[in-house]
Every structure is written in C-alpha cells, then in structure tokens.
Ligand binder design. Structure first.
Ligand code: NDP
Length: 480
C-alpha cells in the first residue's frame, strides 16, 4: 500500500509513532493509500522547524516571496493533470470538476497572494501640526492552517498562500479524509525552493494532531475552515491563549427565486448551486424559496433536470454527480433524508443510494434529492446536510421569505434571483449572510471579503483581509 509522508523542515517523514491511517477512494469504497497518523511529537518537530525558519522568511523582501510563490504556481500548473486525478480519487468528485475548478483555483490562490503582497501597504494618519502616525504590519510568527475535505487543495492553498506571502511560517493540516493533494503540494514547494521549515504539512486526525496544533502555545494565529462544531472547539482552546482566529464554518444557504427572474439562467444556475460537488460546497443553496406564482413551473422543470443528472464514476467524462466523500458522510446524508420524511417532507426525486456496476459497486453514490412540503423551521431546513439534498418552499411576500431565510443559526451566503433592482438591493442589505449573490452564484473575485456571520464563522478571508489577518499592526505616533 502506498504511504504518504509528513513534510517537516523540508523533508518527507513518517509520523514519529510509525502509525498510519487508511485513506479511502470514495468511488469504490476501498482503501487505496495510507497517511501518517501524526500526534504531538510531530507537531513539536514541525514547530521547531517553523520557529527556526521564521526569522529568515520574515526578513525576505516581498519580491523574493513573490518569486518563490510564483514558482509554486508554475509547479501546480505543470502537474495540474496529476493533481486533478488525485483530487478526484481522494474526494470522489468528477475529475473534470477538479480540472476546471479545484486545481486552477489552487494555482490562482498562490498567484493572487504572490501579487497582492507586492501591493499591500500600511496606513498613515496625519494629525496636522501635531504630528502623524504610521502603521507597521509585520508577520505574526508560526501560524496554523486547517482545512476540510470538500475542496481539499483549493481551500488548503487559500489559507497557506496569504500566510506565506505575509512572511509567516506555517503548520498546515489537510483533512485526513483527503490528504493526497496536500502531500503533492509539499513536493511542489520543495521543488520550487521554498526554504526548509517555512511550510510544514502534517497528516492525521483532527482530535489528535489537529487539536495539538491549535493548542500549541507558540502558535500565533489559526485559520480554520470546517464544521461549526469543530470551530467552536478550536475557539474554546484558542481564546484563553489570545491567538488570532479566523473561522470559516458551516452554512444553510437560502436561494430566493422571484417570479420576475431570468428564468433559464436561474434554472441552470440553481441546478449547479444545489448539486455541484455533490452538494458538498459550503456555499451551496440548500433551501430554495420560490415565489408562489412561479412555484409549480419551477418545481416541474427543476425536478425534470435533476432526474436527468448523471450519477457516475468520477473519471467518466459525462458524470455530473460523483461519489460523496466517505461512508460516514453518506450515512449522515441518508439519515437526513429519513428525517425529512419523518418531518412530513415529500421526496420529489432521489432520496436513495445509487449502486453502480462492477468495480464501483462499493462506492458511496447518492441520487440528487429534492424535497418539498417541509416547514421553514423543521430540522431538515435548519441543520447543515452538506450533500446532494435541497428543499423547495413557496413564499408569498418579501417579508416572509426574508424571515425564513434568516431563521437559521447560520449566515454564510445567500442567492437572490430577480430583475427588480430595488428589491434585490434591499433584500441583500437585510439578509444575515457574509456573501450575497444577485442573479449569479459562486462568482468569485479573490479581492473581496469572504466569510460568514452568526454560526458560519468569525473573520474574513480574501484580498487584503487575509493579509491583515496574517500580520500584526503596530501604530507609531510621531509628535512634532
Ligand atoms: P471538520 O470540522 O470535521 O474538519 C475540518 C478540519 O478540522 C479537518 O482537517 C479535521 O481533521 C480538523 N479537525 C477536526 N477536529 C479538530 C480539532 N478538535 N482540532 C483541530 N482540528 C480538527 O469539517 P469537515 O472536514 O467535515 O468539512 C465540512 C464542513 O466544512 C462543513 O460544515 C462545511 O460547511 C464547512 N466548510 C466551510 C467553508 C467556509 O468557507 N465557510 C468551506 C468549506 C467547508 P479530520 O478530517 O482529520 O477530522
């Protein structure tokens, strides 16, 4: 069995304890590789390397950091096909999706922050005849980046790139469910000439190595993307140690459709915003609210298109829905479908596993599922399912749909479909969400602030927000 390694101080190493964890190929339901089952001893080694590397890396000029980060971009691009295959194998997503979205975005993350750091400027505040202030922004030291399994390399690099660009040294942990592309990134960074100890990648379980990373007293900041439950556990550990914390957590996003929308664009986009990546994107619109006069037409057309989506093996070019990431997750999603039925929901399509033939018979495939007839406040409509499951609800007034949209504990993103300019802007302002899309979905400009309100997180990533997070401001006041 192939074994992955940790990347510590520029070298590839097994975990100190010699243990490994099985990693599954979700498309077949079989173990295909093993990853180190790291623990505190590995965190200690990685911390020593990161601390030793920090003064040198922090002292490099922004041009030097730009150069090495752009070599990482070139490395990702030159191995793009291999990375896409690896991502698809590890995660179960269609390979074309990894080719078109995940891997190009990983390269774009490094390119964006390589360039951004060369443009990042600190503030000055003039006090007229009394004097002036200027603000220095310095790297923090050793920081931790922890990412989930749904967009493995995409989200891993979204954290690591700004942390490195700002001059920090990094301890990073991918999800143990999807470690492969993080391992390949270590190879790319080594080849690119990133100095030893600047980026250290540890594999292993959240409650062991993840917890050891976040609890380490020398860690200055934690950038975490994952579930709200884990985010809360990390916050409990980090807060008394006064670590900087950026938490990107779960979502239960409303997709609000008015009768005056551009119907065909809305329908095609809603299909994507419901089921892309098997619905395993924190930004998927899992609660679809449709103005009553459009409801029956939408329901008929949407269900017809959902039924036509092809569930298949990730490498098949015509697969639209691949496998969900793990058996545990597959069972969780099925349990939510049972809950929806128990709560009085009607399954309009899907609602069951899909068993593929031959070598894929053991894979974790689910039919895309559409449910109606549930109240806005039932558990199915309040809790994050994070799979290929959406609910439909008709609404009558803006006030009603706004209240329903804002009724969950989450506040990550929202989508509005309407041609009515005032309504779109007024609703956007009132929705409790960090990100609102009007007549589009998942259209991203990496300069914009990205993150959620309420239980969807604390802090913002993206653009200068990320560079501010990964630096410490120091104000210096000069009196005349
Ligand atoms: P988890 O919270 O289970 O895990 C996320 C990461 O944290 C993994 O690397 C995990 O390791 C690690 N981890 C788990 N426990 C601890 C701990 N006690 N201390 C430190 N690290 C720990 O989330 P999932 O991987 O299941 O990801 C899905 C979730 O991520 C969903 O809720 C989704 O909404 C959210 N998400 C949010 C996004 C956003 O931008 N807001 C974007 C994408 C996803 P391991 O895997 O080994 O357990």
């Amino acid at each position: 069995m192939r074994q992955l390694s940790n990347y510590i101080n520029g070298t590839f190493q097994p975990a100190h304890n010699g243990r490994y964890l099985p990693v599954y190929d979700p498309s077949r339901g079989q173990v295909y590789v093993e990853a180190p089952d790291s623990d505190e001893a590995d965190v200690a080694a990685a911390m020593a390397a990161a601390q030793a590397a920090f003064p040198g890396w922090a002292a490099t000029s922004v041009e030097e950091r730009f150069e090495v980060l752009m070599k990482i971009v070139a490395g990702i691009e030159s191995r793009a096909e291999e990375l896409a295959l690896a991502e698809s194998l590890d995660n179960g997503k269609p390979c074309w999706l990894a080719q078109q979205v995940d891997i190009p975005r990983a390269a774009a993350n490094f390119r964006f922050f390589a360039q951004a750091i060369t443009q990042f400027a600190a503030e000055a505040h003039d006090m007229g005849s009394a004097g002036f202030n200027y603000t220095l922004r310095r790297p923090l030291g050793v920081v931790v980046c922890i990412s989930p399994w749904n967009l493995p390399l995409y989200l891993f690099t979204w954290k690591i790139a700004p942390a490195l660009a700002a001059g920090n040294t990094v301890l990073a942990k991918p999800s143990e469910i999807t470690p492969l592309t993080a391992f390949l990134l270590a190879e790319i960074c080594q080849t690119a000439g990133l100095p030893a100890g600047v980026l250290n990648i540890l594999h292993g379980l959240g409650p062991t190595v993840g917890a050891a990373l976040t609890a380490h007293p020398q860690v200055k900041a934690i950038s975490f993307t994952g579930s709200t439950l884990t985010g809360a556990a990390i916050a409990r550990v980090a807060a008394p140690q006064f670590k900087k914390l950026s938490l990107e957590l779960g979502g239960k996003n409303p997709n609000i459709i008015f009768a005056d929308c551009d119907y065909e664009k809305m329908l095609a986009t809603t299909l994507r915003s419901s089921f892309s990546n098997q619905g395993q994107i924190c930004l998927c619109g899992s609660r679809i609210f449709v103005e009553r006069s459009l409801y029956e037409r939408f329901k008929t057309d949407f269900v017809q298109r959902v039924k036509a989506l092809r569930v298949g093996p990730p490498l098949a070019a015509d697969t639209q829905i691949g496998a969900v990431v793990s058996q545990v997750h597959y069972e969780k999603v099925l349990a939510y479908i049972d809950l929806a039925k128990a709560e009085g929901g009607t399954i309009l399509c899907g609602g069951a596993p899909v068993v593929l033939a031959g070598e894929f018979a053991g894979g974790w495939y689910l039919a895309p599922t559409v449910i109606e007839g549930l109240s806005y406040d039932c558990r199915t409509n309040q809790e994050e399912i994070f799979g290929p499951v959406v609910t439909l609800q008709p609404f009558d007034t803006e006030a009603e749909v706004l209240a329903w949209a804002n009724s969950t504990t989450y506040g990550l993103s929202a989508t509005i479909w309407t041609q009515h300019l005032n309504r779109a802007h007024q609703l956007s302002a009132q929705l409790e969400a960090g990100i609102v899309w009007i007549n589009t979905w998942l259209q991203r400009d990496l300069r914009t602030p990205f993150g959620g309100t309420k239980n969807s997180g604390v802090g913002r990533e993206g653009g200068y927000e990320a560079l501010r997070f990964f630096t410490e401001p120091k104000n210096i006041c000069v009196g005349y």
